[in-house]
Design a protein around this ligand. Sequence first.
Ligand SMILES: [Zn+2]
Length: 750
Amino acid sequence: MLAHSPMGTRRPGHYDDDRTIAVIRRAVHITLSGLLLAAPIPLISFAATRSTITMGNADNQIVVQAGDTAPRVLRLTRSGVEDWIGAGDARLIDTAFVDGKTVALHWRFDPHHSRTGKNQASLVYVTRNPDLRLRWTWRARSPHGPVEHTILIENCSVYEIEIPLQDSLDFEWKTDVRQQLQQLWIAKGAGEAPPVGTHLVPVPDGYDWRGRSSTFAHPRAGPPREIIPYFLVRATGAKTGGWYAGVEFSGRIAMTLQRHDGELTGTVGLDPQPGPFRTRIAPHATFATPTIFVGASDGDLDDTGNTLRRWVRTVLNDPATLRDPHYPLVTNNSWGSATAIDEKQAKRMIDDASALGFEMFHLDAGWFRAVGDWRADPRKFPHGIAALADDAHQRGMKFGLWAAWSEAGDSAARGALSVADPRVHDWLTTDPPPNWKADAFKGITIDLAAPAAKAWAARETDRLVRDYHVDMLEHDGYVVAQGCDRDDHPHLPNDPAKTRRYRDDDFLWVDSSNSTDVSLHATRAYYAIQSELKRRHPGLLREICNDGGRMVDFGSAAHGDYFSIVDAYDPVSNRKAFYDASHVLPPAMLETYVMAVPAPRIENFRYMLRSGMLGWFTAMIDTSTWTREQHEAAAREIAFYKSTLRPLIREADLYHIDSRPDGKGWDGMEYFDDRRGAGVLYAFHGNDAEPGSYAFRLKGLRAGDRYKLHFRDGTSPDRTASGTELMHDGLTVSLPLADSSELVTIERVR
Ligand SMILES: [Zn+2]
């Protein structure tokens, strides 16, 4: 438990001192519990101001209070143990813009429309002139894991209103100035796994951190490295305890964290930069902040991660993937041949992959006529895509397809998304220069928020799935606009003086003062398209790829089924990217593409495959090129993935038992499912001259139990060991060869 100073600096407010609050809270608790037990519906209305409310689930409780002019978080607790004490009112926007004039807002608590219950709370504040209604909401959708928070601002007037940026959350926790704290944040894998992907750094007095996430992160448009929109702060030393926040949104997001005089402050929400941010709310329409989640933790990164990963699976993911025992599918992908893929080779790959036990053939870029013209290139696929999909289906495999369906090109063909089409021209984020030509994969992103563009994309994605008999649709390119210089789209017009236009070969984009508003609308439209596609095709899988792993976030986790997490495919890049993203996202969703690397020995071949088998396994290799020995080894590894690894990837707890892989020395990951008493250690030995054996200290076992260890490749004799030994002395693996691996199954002895 954290120690907190009772003397935090407070914002001016109207609250009583802590002792009085505690007394009020206790009194209100009793009243509310009684009401809740008797109430036939879970929600009750607020009777008076200054009521203190506790909502949450078995893991996390939030204590909130409705002040006269603003709500506040009093406390975040984990099972009544880890305590974070709030020190200020929530900052609600204090101005709006009506008819070009700035108007001050004076919020008043509206008890009659406020509702609260055990699992949710909605505190309502209203302003007059202009007529706005703000709902400050919290809810727990699961008995375990974090609680979610959204602020809704409804325009109750009959005219359009513009508002400035409303943060999803601003926090101000009191902490003991002597308490040592650390922050964890994770970088996206993006094009190449970053040198440091998992950041765990001290938070001393004077600390000032800012993280950004968007769908873009182009090196020329800002910092090339973005975060998975999440961070955790935890105490170190004798004390433990921490808390975390994440954002369920793919558009432009910023998170900040500062520490000053013991106070831990910051914001979570839409990115105010570039700014100034404004967005419009039509009459009777509602603006919603990106939903965030928060939770308290006991400070252990994997214990916190296991709760969060399970929550993402059960609350954010499509429940169909939870029910399907084949998820994540063993996938064979054509990108190893890049755009040279054709029908003949694809059919050969399907034949070979089906015999090896692959469950899906995924046709990557290279099948279509041109950017924007998402129909089969007749020279390469003379029988069309549906015939190829049917071929896969006949061999018992599913069929996946790549498309960058939001990119417009320059094709003159009928039906193509082309800049030459006057209708499409209105959807573009910027005008193409004279004689512009699209490149091989990217053109100009259309703004999906333009209603006609959104309708086109909904029809086009439906056509791709239906006409081509697709079981999995992958999107790539930059699906959500970065900025937009149109003034007739739902976002506000840009400021021409601040507009910057970029060109990378033939890929064009815009950055401007309105970029966050553009991404807000485009992201919502993208989510609607993805949801509609799933509604029409319930069994469909949707792979989230956005110029590689640039869209790995909790919003796309709720609108897609798995992620491409990194756009480099060698064994070390795959393990690095998995190590990072798996701190906060479910392993089953984390896809790594396995490319062919030199494998002079079968041990090197297994190392290559297993480096991509920590989560969703996709081999981008024409397996017909493999030797007979490699075929036999691959068939055996795939069968083991399905029988043993996949159930653990789906269900077990994950433990980062060693340092981040760097390709030198040793690294390893452990899964263990305590309910089944089964787990596995993935052990990797890199390419340097480190000793040929290494002891991995396991986690998540029971000290007094005994465990049977089976070394799958026979690198050591099978044996049994106590939980104490495995967790303290470690499980020793011997691998004298460079670039080799071992899988050790761990089974509790009954
Ligand atoms: Zn636009």
